[in-house]
Design a protein around this ligand. Sequence first.
Ligand SMILES: *Cc1c(COP(=O)(O)O)cnc(C)c1O
Length: 379
Amino acid sequence: MKFNTKTIHGGQKLDPVYGAVMPPIYQTSTYGQTTPGGHKGYEYSRTHNPTRNALENAFSSIENGNYGLAFASGLAAIDAILKLLEPGDEVISTNDLYGGSYRLFTKIYKDFGIKFHFVNMENADNIKSYLNENTKLIWVETPTNPMMNIIDIKAIAEISKHRNTMLAVDNTFATPYLQRPLDLGADIVMHSATKYIGGHSDLVMGALIVKDKNLSDRLYFIQNASGAICGPQDSFLALRGIKTLHVRMQRHCENGKAIAEFLANHPKIERVYWPGFESHPNHNIAKSQMHDFGGMVSFVTRGNNYNEALRLLEKLKIFTLAESLGGVESLAGHPASMTHASIPKKEREKVGVVDALIRLSVGIEDKMDLIADLNQAIG
Ligand SMILES: *Cc1c(COP(=O)(O)O)cnc(C)c1O
């Protein structure tokens, strides 16, 4: 089955009771048994729920995995991965990453005795000097947030392959429409399904997808034992979102390109970060591992002026100034004070998250309206 068919049919069956085409919302915590243990595969909804299971099968299908797991949020999904580790284990992580992931690593799991190394992975060889027998997890985010750096997933997988190390990829920005990390050698794919997968800014959810049975058993154990599951209503919404993922992504990419090019040609814009530019340092890797370049674009106003960036953000009319990304509507964010506020200023600026940086999640509105809105706000 091709990707555009999988988004609609992957892992889905007609409802066995009435043949409903969309999976019913099984809003129930428990299930009747005829005799102790005599049930139809469902006992309690933390453990299993038919609506959530339908969603988990869809997750697995679109990422070319064998097992999918749905969580209450993207961070709950990352938390489940970290629970695979033990004190003394080491993690090598992308240095330019989602602020909440950084906070979870450094403010919670560091205190449990796990050691984190934050490494610039634009050159995959950079991880070599941090790899040792304690390295249990490599954490990759690509494209990175918000600097839009590209990391070569296949090269990282090759380097870590012969060690007892898992490679996990946060695929939130790219979505499986653009890149499928399991096909490139990753062991775990993680999503904040809050973003493009849900696609309508109406839910908070996380996903993990794996190929390996043993790894999935361990993660299912954690999912049930720790309990950060998502509810049936949200599962239904995410399933509905997935059905248009390919159509939405196509338009996100088209609009993202138009806006990146508009900004790059604007005299009042200093720098634009978008992996589709030939001048992007990792453009060739982006071209080889991604199907297109996505709808996320970051930029810095001329003179790197914080006040000018703030004025621009306040003047936008169609773009909403808000956290998050990946919905049908266009959003603009200020990483230094919003998504990345939990990263110390010095650390932030080292990777380019300066105070004048603006991040756009380009929606699927008419691109001429979006360009006109940016144009009036830049002034
Ligand atoms: C939003 C986001 C997360 C966290 O997901 P939540 O659903 O907000 O918990 C993790 N990684 C990336 C890249 C994100 O954008």
